[in-house]
Design a protein around this ligand. Structure first.
Ligand code: FMN
Length: 327
């Protein structure tokens, strides 16, 4: 599929996840075949006021491309100025966050609050499209709440503003991340616009990936939480489409190798202290499905150094071996 002038080859993208899908995790997902990634959302105001943390979040590695930078905010002029500054980081796409449900973001009229005004959504896209020479996309939800299900209207508005694609997460803002996800809204958006539609919500395995495509006719899917602690999901999806093969999850030894690689990359980027603090939740996700997972997760929450993580992974492999699991 194409996002404007950008050709995206593959079946599954990594969805943006603030505080989780950092450069290290994105890189590991790309290694397993994620065909497109989006960075953590960045405040448009933070960028134009020169906030150091916002600028750090803009950095994209050459190895994780094609990649989008995602901006949040509510003022078309500020968003456009931020997009111009973000171009210094050479994104392949500029994406606009119109779906974040967090009270702090919505309270500032950004994220999913934008969906309350399709006209403002259109103006934001238009303002950015005018200023940058890469495709501009938007990520929306089903609607703001049960009484305001307007993804179709918002998708048409961003298309009218010049968006090159739209990602639809099939939940309202009110739902946050709670079930059920509604894929029918993705199909309705697909029928109502001519730009590519990226379907999102609750893809956790090859079967749900295939079902999201089949049930919605979407052009690409974006996987978020399903890839946490399981970045090989992207290679499983690729193998299914490429050769019709169902790949099993990798053995424990391989999983621990991937976790160590991810954290090593994070240490290079952020230093050992911060990387290890953030690695605890990732390590816990990598324990999913293992024997005594709860106890392993509790131990993961105390890791402080890379050496401790490596020793922990070694012990995990041994303990699963002893318990009769394939190492
Ligand atoms: C921890 C976390 C952080 C997220 N951060 C962002 C974000 O920065 N921008 C965004 O558009 N969506 C964000 N999302 C939403 C995801 O991109 C995605 O729409 C949602 O998780 C549903 O997809 P999934 O069921 O595959 O996880 C976040 C989700 C999670 C769980």
């Amino acid at each position: 599929m194409n996002i404007g002038s950008l050709e995206v080859t593959g079946k599954a993208a990594l969805a943006p996840m603030a505080g989780v899908a950092d450069a290290a995790f994105r890189r590991v997902c790309v290694d397993f075949g994620a065909c497109f990634v989006t960075g953590e959302m960045v405040s448009a105001k933070g960028i134009i006021y020169g906030d150091r943390k916002s600028r750090e979040l803009l950095t994209l590695d050459d190895e994780e491309r094609p990649a989008a930078i995602q901006l949040f905010g509510d003022d078309p002029d500020v968003m456009a100025r931020a997009a111009v500054q973000a171009m210094a980081y050479a994104p392949d796409v500029i994406d606009i966050n119109m779906g974040c449900p967090a009270p702090k973001i919505v309270g500032n009229r950004a994220g999913s609050a934008l969906m309350r005004s399709p006209e403002l959504c259109r103006r934001i896209v238009e303002a950015i499209v005018k200023e940058v020479d890469v495709p501009v996309t938007a990520k929306i939800r089903k609607g703001y709440d049960r009484e305001h299900v307007n993804a179709v209207e918002v998708a048409q508005a961003v298309e009218a503003g010049g968006a090159a694609a739209v990602t639809v997460h099939g939940r309202t803002r009110d739902q946050m991340y709670a079930p059920p996800v509604d894929w029918t809204i993705i199909r309705e958006v697909k029928r109502a616009v001519s730009i590519p539609v990226i379907g999102n919500g609750d893809v956790t395995d090859v079967r749900s990936a295939a079902a999201l495509y089949e049930q919605t006719g979407c052009d690409l899917i974006a996987v978020g939480r399903g890839a946490l602690g399981a970045p090989w999901l992207f290679s499983q999806i690729a193998a299914y489409w490429g050769e019709g093969r169902i790949l099993q999850d990798p053995p424990v030894s391989k999983r621990m190798q991937v976790l160590c690689r991810q954290v090593r990359l994070a240490v290079e980027e952020k230093g050992e202290k911060i990387a290890l603090l953030q690695a605890r939740k990732h390590a816990a996700w990598y324990m999913k499905g293992l024997r005594d997972a709860a106890a392993l997760r509790a131990r993961a929450c105390r890791l402080e150094t890379m050496a401790e993580l490596e020793e922990f992974c070694f012990q995990v492999i041994l303990s699963q071996e002893k318990a009769g699991e394939e190492p």
